[in-house]
Design a protein around this ligand. Structure first.
Ligand code: 5AD
Ligand code: FES
Length: 362
């Protein structure tokens, strides 16, 4: 690692901000040594705020039907080979009951965008879950909606919303998405979510086609400026029935390095070690945790639908019961000196972001 790289990592830890050029420099000068140093700093910063706790979220993949046609995703509407399903309200509640029994206190409802459930359906299922499990957090990850729809979901009791921005570079966004999808609409949606008082998550794929150090620098800057509560990143993994089937996958090494930089940008960020990271490399999630991640999201979807939610090829844990995943994950988490906890796992406020408490909460 050269002196400049170390100096930038140290300054990022101290000030939580760098210029676009400096972020791009860090991306370009990733070495094994630089990544190890960033991981060591990120792990220390994370431990100061969250101790050794790693939060767990139960992911329920509620529908594989999607109206969008993103070039990278196996659920895109043009993919005739994707097997489509949608869970009923009762099936979703059953997943939550099972999850609650296993110790989950956050449920993440994720699914294809704007397809089968009406906004009222979504609100109803949120109300049912919050009625049955008032102390649990409900996270939605269902894509873009108009502000009024997000407001209704918030009023129904949803606590958090995940909407990956995918890339903070408008030209890159156009290379990953069909013309009817717009970067501006994605950014507007994220701002609405934050304004409405959702704990908001953005995120991006690492190694997506046409990504450059410059576009990654913009992703880092976006997180610095937007100040999300959560940020989901994982390697791009080609899916055989998509236009990007032959593109090379992202790497675990770059994903972990970026996790460390994100931790230094926002010390209290909720950062998952994603399933995609565990798919690209058997010990990917452990490495992610050691690099500064503090969340894992095992799958709570009913076993018969798991394989149908095929965002990318080779996805792990599609044949394992949630209970098995919890045991497996708690071993993996322990192997890097952390502990899986069942708390709701809200963001812990720090001095530098107290100002966000002034936002109107519903
Ligand atoms: N590889 C990795 N991640 C993917 N996603 C979609 N397709 C892929 C893929 N081929 C991610 C996107 C999306 C999230 C639900 O899954 O970032 O936001
Ligand atoms: Fe699912 Fe390891 S986390 S089997």
């Amino acid at each position: 690692m050269n002196d400049q790289t170390k100096a930038l990592i140290d300054r990022l830890e101290a000030t939580h901000t760098l210029s676009l050029d400096e972020y791009a420099y860090l991306v370009e000068h990733q070495t094994e040594q630089a990544a190890a140093y960033a991981a060591q700093r990120a792990f220390a910063v994370r431990t100061q705020i969250y101790g050794t706790d790693v939060y767990i979220r139960g992911l329920i993949e509620i529908s594989s039907v999607c109206a969008n046609d993103c070039y990278y995703c196996g659920l895109r509407r043009s993919n005739r080979r994707c097997q489509r399903y949608q869970l009923t309200q009762e099936e979703i509640l059953d997943c939550c009951r099972e999850g609650y029994r296993l110790g989950f206190r956050t449920f993440v409802l994720q699914g294809g965008e704007n397809a089968v459930y009406s906004v009222e359906d979504i609100c109803q299922v949120v109300r049912s879950i919050k009625g049955a499990f008032p102390h649990c957090a409900v996270t939605l990850s269902l894509g873009e909606f108009p502000r009024g729809a997000y407001q209704a979901m918030r009023e129904a009791g949803a606590d958090r919303y995940l909407l990956r921005h995918e890339t903070a570079d408008p030209d890159h966004y156009r290379l990953l998405h069909p013309p009817e999808m717009s970067f501006e609409a994605r950014m507007d949606a994220l701002h609405h979510l934050h304004d409405l008082g959702f704990q908001t998550g953005c995120g991006f794929m690492v190694g997506s086609p046409h990504q450059t150090p410059r576009t990654l620098a913009k992703d880092l800057k976006f997180v610095e400026v937007f100040q999300p509560e959560m940020c989901g990143i994982g390697p791009f993994i080609p899916q055989k029935d998509t236009p990007f089937r032959d593109a090379p996958p992202g790497t675990a090494e770059q994903t972990c390095y970026l996790l460390s930089l994100l931790r230094l940008i926002k010390p209290n960020l909720l950062l998952p070690a994603t399933t995609a990271l565990g798919t690209i490399r058997p010990d990917g999630r452990e490495r992610g945790l050691a690099a500064g991640a503090n969340v894992v999201m095992p799958n709570l979807s009913p076993l018969p639908v798991r394989k149908k939610y095929a965002l990318y090829d080779g996805k792990i844990c599609t044949g394992d019961e949630a209970a098995q995943c919890i045991h497996c994950l708690s071993r993996r988490v322990a192997s890097v000196g952390c502990r899986l906890v069942t708390a709701r796992g809200d963001i812990i406020q720090t001095a530098s972001d107290r100002k966000s408490e002034a936002l109107p909460l519903l």
